[in-house]
Design a protein. Structure first.
Length: 347
């Protein structure tokens, strides 16, 4: 077998494919303890989690590629400073080539982008290379009906194309099956500014009003409290919470400013397999990268003041990566999504 970082892994192939689960779609993380993400020679197209107890390096020598983590972002990777616009960028408006105050988004395995078009009260999907998107949810004005939103904030999309949407001002999480004309409310009384999903289908909600994070298992109506008494982005930091001990650790920022060790009202984050943290440093108009354990970060996109040029950002609110590890950023005040190509020449 081959590990997700392309190094050789030797082990016994005694388990059947039905006993294995897929790794995380984008970060290639195994959430089961003592498992590793591998490309199995017999099972599935995508990497799967395999137990370390079945590994034995004595069987054959490994082949290694130490400079590249399992998610494809090598430690020396950079991104082009000039981005291309892949969604919106045509001024404020309600046509399908425009966005109005986009906030969250999701990039799927095909490179399609699902944008939370907040003040158009809709979700718009942009496929690769298109000049306008397609309406996939909402678009029926502000409201609280099952085909409406009131300033939605975030979205995740599972492998079946089902969308989970945080309808912020309606204090609910909605589920929209692919092709549906209406959503189904699955969680209520939640003002979630952000949502996430693990490989078991559990949802995680970050409730802005209640200052708490909860985990909601499938079909669960009472979520598990992960942490509470959280502060606003104005504390200018990213924290890590151990879901078993509730221990809180500051992993990025911690003070206001535009220095390499500071943040200014950060919004979106992404964490790769190495524990590297990527932060949308919103009011510094930049994207920062913080290595595990680092006391300061580095600018990988923006950081040239607010503006609308291809090397500038204006209130970035969310970020993500495609499977090639190109960087995507919701450039909120410019009403667009920007794509920065990865450069692996130093890898």
């Amino acid at each position: 077998m081959t590990a997700s970082n392309e190094s050789g892994i030797c082990g016994f192939l005694w388990l059947t494919c039905s006993q294995l689960v897929s790794c995380g779609s984008f970060n290639h993380i195994c959430y089961q303890p003592n498992h590793i993400c591998v490309h199995h020679s017999r099972c599935f197209v995508h990497p799967v989690c395999y137990p370390l107890s079945m590994m034995d390096q004595a069987i054959c020598p490994p082949k290694t590629s130490p400079s590249r983590p399992g998610d494809g972002i090598c430690i020396n990777a950079t991104w082009t400073q000039n981005a291309t616009t892949v969604a919106g960028g045509n001024g404020i408006g309600s046509s399908l080539s425009q966005l109005y105050d986009p906030f969250g988004f999701f990039v799927d395995e095909n490179g399609s982008i699902y944008v939370v078009d907040t003040l158009n009260y809709r979700i718009v999907k942009w496929d690769r290379g298109v000049s306008s998107g397609q309406l996939v949810a909402g678009g029926n004005g502000l409201g609280d009906q099952n085909d409406q939103f009131n300033e939605a904030s975030d979205i995740i999309v599972d492998k079946d194309g089902t969308m989970y949407i945080s309808d912020y001002n309606n204090e609910r999480i909605q589920r929209w099956v692919r092709g549906a004309q209406n959503g189904e409310t699955i969680l209520r009384n939640i003002s979630a500014i952000g949502i996430a999903q693990d490989d078991q289908g559990s949802l995680y909600t970050s409730d802005w009003i209640k200052s708490e994070v909860r985990k909601w298992r499938v079909n669960e109506t009472v979520g598990q409290l992960i942490t509470s008494n959280l502060s606003s982005p104005r504390n200018n930091r990213v924290i890590k919470v151990d879901d078993k001990t509730a221990e809180v650790t500051i992993v990025a920022g911690g003070s206001f400013g535009d220095g390499a060790h500071q943040l200014n009202e950060p919004e979106g984050i992404f964490v790769d397999e190495l524990g590297t943290i990527y932060v949308a440093d919103t009011r510094n108009h930049r994207i920062m990268r913080w290595s595990r354990g680092a006391t300061s970060g580095s600018v990988i996109a923006g950081g040239r003041g607010e503006g609308s040029q291809s090397d500038q950002l204006f209130f970035p609110t969310d970020l993500s990566f495609d499977l090639d590890r190109n960087l995507y950023v919701v450039d909120n005040a410019n009403n667009r999504v920007q794509k920065f190509l990865i450069d692996k020449n130093l890898c």
